[in-house]
Design a protein around this ligand. Structure first.
Ligand SMILES: NC(=O)c1ccc[n+]([C@@H]2O[C@H](COP(=O)([O-])OP(=O)(O)OC[C@H]3O[C@@H](n4cnc5c(N)ncnc54)[C@H](O)[C@@H]3O)[C@@H](O)[C@H]2O)c1
Length: 174
């Protein structure tokens, strides 16, 4: 459908995810499958689906959303963390596999980005935000537009020799 309206896809941003919090003991086999179905599976199959279109255009850029969460040991979202760590392996494998077609594959690992959803669920008052920001090296609230800047960089020719990499955008939290 997108192809009919806009032509071949040359940039794919794999952004969809859900970072619900829960106990490790609460994970059922159904939850495990559903979480990986949302947080990991589409990153592979969307990339596979656009490959020929990017190849036909002489190249492209695939940007996979990971997260810093898995690196610290996110025991309150173990399946999400599993998916987000797998994103790094997937990025490297697809980067190698697609590179001969000049298709670059990179990942972004955001820190704690204060979106409306995050505010609604986990950073409910200013004190929560202040204590998070105090743990960052750059002590300003991390907002979505900072992540978008990195997406635009990885989508553009400015990053034309960068592939198989993961860029952390976390204001120095990790
Ligand atoms: N916000 C953060 O602090 C943070 C930190 C690290 C990584 N990330 C990653 O950055 C990306 C964007 O995060 P965000 O905070 O903007 O999340 P968000 O929940 O605000 O947006 C995620 C998007 O995924 C879509 N989505 C959710 N379930 C879906 C489903 N079943 N089918 C199709 N689409 C679905 C939503 O509609 C939404 O557009 C995600 O990959 C997330 O894991 C976010």
């Amino acid at each position: 459908m997108i192809r009919n309206r806009l032509g071949n896809i040359t940039v794919l941003v794999n952004n969809a995810a859900n970072d619900d919090r829960h106990e490790i003991d609460a994970v059922t086999e159904e939850y495990w499958d559903a979480s990986l179905d949302l947080n990991l599976r589409p990153q592979f199959f969307a990339a596979q689906a656009v490959r020929e279109q990017m190849k036909a255009e002489g190249g492209g850029s695939i940007i996979n959303f990971s997260s810093i969460a898995w690196r610290g040991g996110a025991s309150n979202m173990p399946v999400y963390a599993t998916a987000k760590s797998a994103t790094i392996g997937l990025t490297r494998a697809l980067g190698r596999g697609f590179g001969t077609d000049n298709i670059r594959v990179n990942a972004i690992e955001p820190g704690a980005v204060i979106t409306e959803r995050q505010k609604r669920l986990w950073f409910k008052d200013q004190a929560d935000i202040d204590s998070l920001v105090a743990r960052q090296t750059i002590q300003k609230m991390l907002l979505g537009d900072e992540i978008a800047r990195t997406v635009l960089f990885l989508a553009s020719d400015d990053s034309r020799m960068i592939t198989k990499q993961s860029i952390t955008v976390d204001a120095g939290l990790r």
